[in-house]
Design a protein around this ligand. Structure first.
Ligand code: ATP
Ligand code: MG
Length: 331
């Protein structure tokens, strides 16, 4: 009986209590943001109407907290007129994913009204942050890893706006190399050519994609720097202009504790692949067919092309040359 009376009294005050709880929750969230901002040296971002994004010495709020004082800050500049799509390459463990996410998080924090982990930030208002990161599947829902990846990509490509921020981490990784490169390339091209000109960060291991930098006016190549020291790689975590020299995947596998014979075998296979000879000895057969397209045949076509003098070719000869090149390309 007493309990019911109590409930009745509380119920009568329900609207006031709910409003108080709301206010306290908001206050709690704001106080937490303020405390973190104060403790970790965040700055007040400028929010502008320009469709650009400028971050000086930005940091990843969580990785920074875990890394203590060792976090390396990086700059970001996005501008739909000039630097619309950043292609980021670099070794495994270099810091590509961290960089992508820090840009998305700083943007998100700024727009929630928080200070941001950077020395300075000017955020052109964003109406969507699209991300395609990590590998997840939905087995129960009947979708494989690659299916999920492509469905998310499809969603991004069809929902673009001029104020979108797009963050793509290793698109196309979930399938065979050539399919993957082709999809990644086409997606990057589409994002660049789209009328919306969404600001885009695009991390990839497909070195081929860095060629987009020369082909497309608003694509910029960036990479995460590493140093080699006495045969070991040292991660510098600094974002620098230009494409990465190579992937260092085998070195990172060794660092991770993959047994030495496996690492040595991988290194030998890699050397074979890189010289276009295909894996020697006990190497897997099918790779050879893939290789020819990117190495030996490509080289033959390149030589053929280099030997042509367009000034001296009659239209008929040109057609014959073209037919021969196409035949070569098709193998
Ligand atoms: N700017 C940075 N300063 C200090 N440490 C960093 C920085 N960026 C990344 N790291 C550290 O390096 C680790 C690897 O970073 P990240 O996952 O971003 O690499 P990645 O280039 O995406 O590698 P992968 O190609 O394997 O996906 C992080 O877990 C973090 O500890
Ligand atoms: Mg990564």
């Amino acid at each position: 009986h007493l309990f019911e009376a109590l409930l009745g009294t509380v119920a009568a005050h329900h609207p006031t209590l709910a409003r108080t709880a709301d206010a306290l929750a908001a206050l709690d969230a704001l106080a937490a943001l303020a405390e973190v901002a104060h403790r970790r040296g965040y700055v007040r971002p400028a929010i502008t109407r320009a469709p650009t994004l400028t971050i000086r010495a930005g940091r990843h709020p969580v990785v920074e907290a875990v890394a203590g004082g060792g976090f390396v800050p990086n700059d970001t500049r996005l501008d739909p007129e000039t630097e619309q799509l950043l292609v980021i390459t670099g070794p495994n463990m270099g810091g590509k994913s961290t960089y992508l996410r820090q840009v998305a998080l700083i943007t998100l924090l700024a727009q929630t009204g928080s200070f941001v982990p950077a020395a300075e930030a000017e955020i052109g208002l964003v109406d969507r942050i699209f991300t395609r990161v990590g590998a997840s599947d939905n087995l129960v829902g009947g979708e494989s890893t690659f299916m999920v990846e492509m469905r998310e990509t499809a969603n991004i490509l069809s929902e673009l706006t001029p104020r979108s921020l797009v963050v793509l981490d290793e698109i196309g990784r979930g399938t065979s190399t050539f399919d993957g490169i082709s999809i990644a390339w086409a997606v990057a091209e589409h994002l660049h050519d789209a009328l919306e000109r969404p600001r885009t960060l695009f991390a990839t291991h497909y070195h081929e994609l860095t060629a987009l930098g020369a082909e497309k006016p608003r694509v910029r190549n960036l990479s995460v720097a590493v140093a080699e020291w006495k045969g070991e790689i040292v991660f510098l975590r600094q974002i620098v202009p230009g494409p990465a020299p190579r992937s260092y995947g085998v070195e990172v596998a060794r660092l991770a504790g993959v047994p030495e014979p496996v690492v040595a075998r991988a290194r030998a296979l890699l050397a074979g692949l890189e010289t276009g000879q295909g894996p020697v000895g006990r190497g897997p057969e099918p790779a050879a067919a893939q290789l020819s397209l990117f190495s030996a045949d490509e080289e033959r076509i390149r030589r053929e092309l280099a030997g042509i003098d367009p000034e001296r070719l009659t239209p008929l000869e040109a057609l014959a040359v073209l037919a021969r090149l196409v035949e070569m390309a098709r193998g």
